[in-house]
Design a protein around this ligand. Structure first.
Ligand SMILES: *Cc1c(COP(=O)(O)O)cnc(C)c1O
Length: 366
């Protein structure tokens, strides 16, 4: 088999061990004679797969008992509508939603929420080209927001929160914190109890596309607007254990294999240590001289998604061709920002980062 390192932002690299296990179980899962793809989602085989995946994720993220884990569809982008549809009912209509704008994904969330509520951009990094998380002291939160939305890792801009916002409304009211963690969930230790809602598309750091994970505090399950589609109503999905309709069964199965794999590696704390080391190695190579540039303020640099530019952008195609020839794939930056981007999720081994670093040094003539 061709040995490559895949730096795609998503769908992204999965652990080789997981793919091998899935391959070996593809035609006959645990002697059932069926592929997981062929199983009823209500049968005992799939229910056991689902329950194990849920329990393993709960353990990995230390999810408190008063939080539900939902396995949904519609992607991270879908939650941009589903979060306001499920939470704006906390307040008299039209409700106000606070946002911190730190890059492309939070910008999309703001645009979508404006269809259902008033939006207040409490702080924005746009003027600085999305290179920082505006410090919390500068945020202008509303008095009575239905919730505060942040994207804790901006996949395109490479900006990551290194703190958890404190969310007291101006008059000390509880304002639920909603976090889009699509591209860094399970990469670092988090305290779930500090959030009202966490959501993540699976295809970055969890498993295949088609599955969207939602972790929601129970008291936030009953705040939906009447126009919220029934199949996306969090209370209804929670009460049906994510089986209100057919869930993305195969994607849940693969995600479950990933969760079990992460547990064997020592859990999220162990992954965080590896991720710190991988990111350190890569940023050091980019910072060594001015051949490459990463514009993000050092304290806000993402450990998962590392955009960078060549000083001489006329060399971009040559850089990408040379990378591909070495099996370093999908390094082209997002079309909206250009340049390059290396996504180094949990499943990217340190050998892959080292291979990229070696190539960066070689291409720069160091
Ligand atoms: C990829 C991504 C999304 C969108 O996910 P889809 O599953 O394509 O809808 C949303 N937010 C963030 C931070 C992402 O990285």
């Amino acid at each position: 088999m061709t040995q490559v390192f895949n730096f795609s932002a998503g769908p992204a690299v999965l652990p080789k061990e997981v793919l091998q296990q899935a391959a070996s179980e593809m035609l006959d899962w645990h002697g059932s004679g069926m592929s997981v793809m062929e199983m009823s989602h209500r049968g005992p085989e799939f229910i056991s797969i689902y329950q194990q995946a849920e329990a393993d994720l709960r353990e990995l993220l230390n999810v408190p008992a008063n939080y539900k884990i939902l396995f949904m569809q519609g992607g991270g982008l879908g939650q941009n509508s589903l979060v306001p549809l499920n939470l704006a009912g906390r307040k008299a209509q039209p409700a106000t939603i606070d946002f911190v704008q730190t890059g492309s994904w939070s910008s999309k969330s703001i645009k979508e929420a404006a269809r259902y509520a008033k939006v207040n951009v409490a702080a924005s990094g746009e003027a600085g080209g999305f290179t920082t998380v505006p410090p919390q002291e500068s945020w202008r939160l509303s008095d009575d927001a239905a919730y505060l939305h942040v994207c804790t890792n901006e996949t395109i801009d490479g900006v990551e929160f290194n703190f958890v916002p404190t969310v007291q409304g101006a008059h000390g009211r509880d304002v639920p914190l909603v976090a889009d963690m699509s591209s860094h969930i399970l990469s670092r230790v988090i305290d779930v109890s500090k959030y009202g809602v966490i959501f993540a598309g699976a295809q970055k750091n969890i498993g295949p596309a088609g599955l969207t994970l939602l972790i929601v505090r129970e008291d936030l399950l009953d705040c939906a607007l009447p126009i919220c589609p029934g199949v996306f109503n969090w209370r209804a999905v929670a009460d049906a254990d994510s089986m209100l309709n057919t869930p993305p069964t195969y994607a849940i199965y693969i995600a479950g294999l990933v969760f079990a794999h992460l547990k064997r590696l020592g859990g999220v704390a162990a992954m965080e240590q590896r991720n710190i080391e991988k990111a350190r190695l890569l940023y050091a190579a980019l910072d060594a001289d001015d051949f490459y540039r990463n514009r993000v303020a050092p304290e806000c640099r993402s450990r998962m998604n590392i955009p960078f530019y060549l000083r001489d952008e006329s060399l971009n195609d040559q850089f990408l061709a040379g990378a591909k020839a070495r099996g370093l794939l999908q390094l082209k930056g997002h079309k909206s920002v250009g340049g390059m981007r290396a996504s180094i999720y949990n499943a990217m081994p340190i050998e892959g980062v080292q291979a990229l670093v070696d190539y960066l040094n070689e291409f720069a003539g160091r």
